[in-house]
Design a protein around this ligand. Structure first.
Ligand SMILES: Cc1cc2nc3c(=O)[nH]c(=O)nc-3n(C[C@H](O)[C@H](O)[C@H](O)COP(=O)(O)O)c2cc1C
Length: 446
């Protein structure tokens, strides 16, 4: 049984130790050392599994911030964390059904390392691994790898293409039935079922073969999250899960139709790609109670963090400005260089509502929407998106973990199950089974 046969929504959890909100750690009930506490991570993954999630996912960037430490000491994002495949390998032993996905950078790994790591994870978890193919957009990471700054967008994607091709070939090194362990004939594997990769690209060169057998899923599930032209065409050609980030239904629906519409050019069935927009929720016994909870959390944002995050998207230095007055007009740039949409959202708030700096940073959340409501209202919202052709399910980015995850699992999940929108029990054993994805046939068997 798979998601394609029924009305199940796909559920992923974007897992941060204390949540994705900038002030999450101030409200989280997690232990103080949560980010590197394996007992805590095991409880968290089990909670997602209790909620019958398809996928437990770890974002990653290989580099801590080295500047603005006063601000980042109050918002310690990416400053202290496990290497994700190492953590997932530990979680493979304490979970049974939930998929285990992580980001792996095509800019800062060699394809051989990456193919080996994720193949090992797929074996360790008996078929539950997923790789989020990311080019990494952080100069902090670049400086850890001998560069002064990131290579340009086009160059990163050109390397990503070659990198991906090599990883896929390496994963097909061994045919499924290559290992025969025939003691009588003294033969462990059949040499003709072993295939060498020989790839000479502009960015990547590999002549060799992977030293681990083909994985339970054939290969890990391929995840993609970029929304540029390159990102979308890569998704249509090769991705099996896409993390989308459009804040409104209309934009999400356009993105969904756009990416799925490109798949026929690659001879792919649209059921073989699951598009999951990000979703943050606040659960309450009434909409007003949920909104109060969210406001309380927003009010915990430290002024230094508020100024830094708003300043980044407004492309203005707001350091030291009084928070209970509006931003002086002369500091507001005429136009944006970086994120047009974020910039427009902030300047609209300034022009239309004449908000103070504090009011601004407590109402602005980088184009993201938080759905506040009762469990019924939240499931209504999710159904509207899925049934309206804007999503196959959602990537849940909980503001405060484990608090909001517990609320979701205990209150929203039962409502989803009552409406027949989420499995009550897992039916398969692999991540591909959870998602209703086919097991890929090796290129050498085709
Ligand atoms: C749910 C989600 C998770 C992501 N996780 C990561 C991550 O772990 N590491 C990273 O460098 N980028 C991550 N990204 C960013 C994207 O992979 C991508 O780099 C970004 O959207 C820009 O891509 P584009 O240039 O194709 O638009 C994530 C995006 C989304 C929506």
């Amino acid at each position: 049984m798979s998601n394609t046969d029924n009305r199940n929504m796909v559920l992923g959890m974007l897992a941060y130790a204390t949540g994705q909100h900038v002030a999450s750690w101030l409200q989280s009930t997690a232990p103080a050392d949560a980010t590197t506490n394996i007992g805590y991570w095991r409880r968290l993954a089990s909670l997602a599994e209790e909620g019958r999630f398809d996928l437990f996912f770890l974002a990653d960037s290989p580099g801590a911030r080295t500047e603005k430490l006063n601000d980042f000491s109050r918002f310690p994002y990416m400053m202290n964390m496990f290497e994700p495949v190492t953590l997932l390998s530990a979680l493979a032993g304490s979970t049974k059904h939930i998929g285990l996905g992580a980001t792996g950078s095509t800019s800062f790994y060699e394809p051989y390392n990456l193919a080996r790591l994720f193949a090992s994870l797929d074996h360790l978890s008996q078929g539950r691994a997923g790789w989020n193919v990311v080019t990494t957009a952080s100069d902090y990471a670049a400086r850890n790898f001998g560069l002064d700054r990131l290579p340009p967008h086009g160059q990163r994607y050109a390397r990503a293409r070659e990198f991906f091709e090599v990883v896929m070939r390496l994963w097909d090194t061994w045919d499924d039935d290559a290992f025969i362990a025939d003691k009588a004939a003294c033969r462990m594997f059949e040499p003709e079922k072993f295939h060498v990769t020989d790839f000479q690209g502009e960015h990547v060169r590999v002549h060799g073969a992977l030293n681990i057998r083909r994985t339970p899923q054939g290969r890990p599930v391929i995840i993609q999250a970029g929304s540029s032209e390159e990102g979308k065409s890569f998704a249509a050609e090769a991705a099996e899960v896409v993390f989308a980030s459009d804040p409104t239904f209309d934009e999400a629906k356009r993105f969904y139709a756009d990416v799925k519409g490109r798949m026929s050019a690659f001879n792919r069935d649209t059921s073989q790609l699951k598009i999951l927009p990000g979703l943050s929720v606040m659960v309450g016994s009434s909409k007003a109670e949920a909104e109060d909870k969210y406001r309380e959390l927003q009010n915990l944002i430290h002024p230094d963090v508020g100024r830094m995050r708003l300043g980044m998207d407004l492309e203005a230095d707001l350091t030291g400005l009084p928070v209970d007055e509006p931003i002086p007009e002369h500091l507001i740039p005429k136009k944006a260089n970086l994120h047009q949409a974020y910039f427009r959202q902030i300047t609209t708030l300034i022009r239309e509502q004449n908000l103070t700096l504090r009011q601004l940073y407590t109402s602005y959340d980088r184009g993201k929407v938080t759905v506040c409501g009762t469990p019924e209202q939240i499931v209504d919202y999710m159904e509207e998106w899925v049934d309206g052709g804007a999503a196959d399910g959602f990537m849940l980015a909980f503001h405060v973990v484990p608090n909001d995850t517990e609320d979701f699992v205990r209150k929203v999940v039962p409502e989803m199950q009552r409406r027949g929108r989420l499995r009550k029990e897992y039916t398969g054993t692999t991540l591909r089974d959870n998602l209703g994805l086919e097991r890929p046939v090796s290129r050498h068997a085709r």
